[in-house]
Design a protein around this ligand. Sequence first.
Ligand code: SF4
Length: 427
Amino acid sequence: MNDLTPPAPAAGCSATPVLKERGQHEVFCGLTGIIWLHRKMQDAFFLVIGSRTCAHLLQSAAGVMIFAEPRFGTAILEESDLAGLADAHEELDREVSKLLSRRSDIRQLFLVGSCPSEVIKLDLARAAERLTQKHAPHVRVLNYSGSGIETTFTQGEDACLAAMVPVLPETDRRQLMLVGALPDVVEDQMLDLVRGMGIEDVCVLPAPRAEAEMGVGENTVYALTQPFLGDTHAALTRRGARHLPAPFPFGEEGTTAWLQAIAREFDVPQERFEAVTAAPRARARKAVARAAQPLDGKSVFFFPDSQLELPLARFLTRECGMQAVEVGAPFIHSTLMRDELALLPDGQVISEGQHVDKQLDRCRAASPDLTVCGLGLANPLEAEGLTTKWAIELVFTPVHFYEQAGDLASLFARPVRRKDLLQLEAA
Ligand code: SF4
């Protein structure tokens, strides 16, 4: 660590008891991940085995795709399928054959489970195996679940990446794998930083194409760029790869700590680390200081949604001068969150899971300056006079690494500044 790095808090949250709640929860389902995954994997197709509701969700969330040949679709389960009157497997095979004969560009096909396919217990793993045999070697068929039953919207990406890990070829190369789907421009910045430190054997999961030379094995070390990749982490560990624990690359501090974990592993000299990071760190600090002014001294309350809550709370409290009242997360993965909890200053409630009514009561009682929550809660809370930020925006907007640190602070600052202005005008 060097002098630019703020010290860890005297009392982090590593030992803070977590308030565990169960009850009604308000989140999108894992199908949402298809919206960003299909852009990253250019030869993949996501076939949702679901209902008309699933098709509507995808179409409305991905409306921007109407100008392109879509790389996702829905095989609709009709009433006869749901009642077990038709052989859904036969129909699925027919649909897949039709799709693949029309689209020779597809090299990876994901059968994506949904609430209806889970309810009728459609065995998509068996279907993927059968269809892989039928369409190999041109197309690889995998499956995962994007169902909204007991899951959150970012888990779709986790389930998708976890499904890819078992079929990666074995390699004994000493390599760094960077795991998580990022916007292309952010991914390029990440690769420039890592290669600038002299690490050349680097691959990214998910790769843009199926034939990308990527394997995994005991000499693979990996760093996660997204905090919601618990199943992918487990799948990579099962393949013998080793995780590099670190805070996540949000804000200047998180990015530096994330890069330091990689630098330590690859014995990057301190001077080289400084040479690569000093300028973007300084830019990030300046951008955050400018953008975060309206946040200084304000309070923030996180409802559980994206699984980004703990790293973002760390960023807002340590780099933007905010105080967290409650940080709610849908799940807290103790290994992945260890470094985040150690950095998060003690003093707020940390909750896992959701009982939305009880949490709303706590939020109203605290009356925070900013509430980060899902779309469904934002409007009612705004109507009650609370200032909100939609959590889903944080997943769709480039927010990782140094060059986006200022934008990340701005995303939170904008609603606070608007509220301040409205109050000034009303005064
Ligand atoms: Fe709705 Fe479930 Fe389909 Fe998601 S998977 S759109 S929650 S029915």
